[in-house]
Design a binder for this molecule. Structure first.
Ligand code: SAM
Length: 282
């Protein structure tokens, strides 16, 4: 069988199995198996495949048909300008979260910030993407999951950012004893009852602790807001990812804790997804 024939076959099987990203996934699977980039995949379309390669591909297709995302199958995910190691212990980084990195980069430039904290760091995709672009900055990533912290540390080492990043197992701010210019979080925000309605790719493969925002989805925002004044510097700012319908409630939570809303950012579908706040501390 030729590579181009296998590509068509994978696309068809995945489409029939209800995988919406069938064509993209077929390309990713083949690129990974053959260690090709996108261009090499096209240039090698006439390659005659060995039985062993075909059988490797078949095993991966079986996993994908079970709705395991390709990023989890191969243990890595592109985010912003880097590739991150991921595992069953961390949320698969989402493209919409990349916007947080851009907003943070602008704040750092505008305000001359020197430090920040990333609450619920997961794979470390946010903290490490920001540190990579801002050479004078130091930051701390916090997560309640030790397995997530270990993945974030691995990514920090692979990206040679160990000297400017530290990682801590902590229940939000409970183990934090200094203060920061910028506080960033993409916390779990799905209401517990809604988790069952998520796609299998999400509910079966992202850890529950990275999704579950409690009964109303707002539990983590309330917990973070409770203690945040203790750890934010004067003129500090907060950047939060939120669920599409949570802007009103999260603004209320943070406005009740001495913060002014700065801006609401929408995703490409026009839904509210990121909030920024100014601390009233001067
Ligand atoms: C939505 S994920 C975000 C992961 C990563 N920052 C990203 O954007 O891809 C939320 C993260 O918060 C962590 N988390 C949940 N409860 C926590 C708590 N009480 N304290 C600290 N981290 C917590 C989870 O383990 C998970 O890694």
């Amino acid at each position: 069988m030729l590579l181009s024939e296998l590509q068509k076959k994978i696309t068809k099987i995945l489409a029939e199995g209800g995988i919406e990203t069938n064509s993209l996934d077929a390309r990713i699977i083949l690129r990974e198996i053959f260690n090709f980039d996108e261009k090499e995949l096209i240039l090698n379309s006439d390659l005659i495949l060995s039985e062993s390669k075909i059988s490797k591909v078949q095993k991966i297709i079986t996993r994908r048909l079970n709705f395991e995302p390709v990023s989890k199958i191969f243990g890595k995910r592109d985010f912003y300008n880097s590739t991150f190691s991921i595992s069953d212990d961390v949320l698969d980084p989402r493209p919409e979260t990349e916007h947080i990195v851009e907003i943070a980069n602008n704040f750092i430039l505008e305000k001359g910030y020197e430090s920040f904290i990333d609450l619920g760091t997961g794979s470390g995709c946010i903290i490490l993407s920001i540190l990579k672009e801002n050479k004078n900055l130091t930051a701390v990533g916090v997560d309640i999951s030790i397995d997530a912290i270990n993945i974030a540390k691995k990514n920090s080492k692979d990206m040679k950012l160990e000297k400017r990043s530290s990682f801590l197992v902590s229940n939000w701010l409970s183990s934090i004893y200094r203060s920061y210019d910028l506080i960033i979080s993409n916390p779990p925000y799905i209401p517990s009852d809604e988790i069952i309605t998520l796609s299998k790719t999400v509910k079966n493969f992202d850890p529950l602790i990275s999704l579950d925002g409690g009964q109303d989805g707002l539990k983590c925002y309330k917990e973070i807001a409770q203690d945040i004044n203790r750890v934010i510097n004067k003129n500090g700012r907060v950047i939060l990812e939120i669920g599409y319908n949570q802007a009103h409630d999260v603004i209320k939570i943070f406005e009740s804790k001495e913060f002014n809303l700065l801006k609401i950012y929408n995703d490409i579908n026009g839904l509210n997804r990121i909030l920024t706040f100014d601390s009233k501390k001067t």
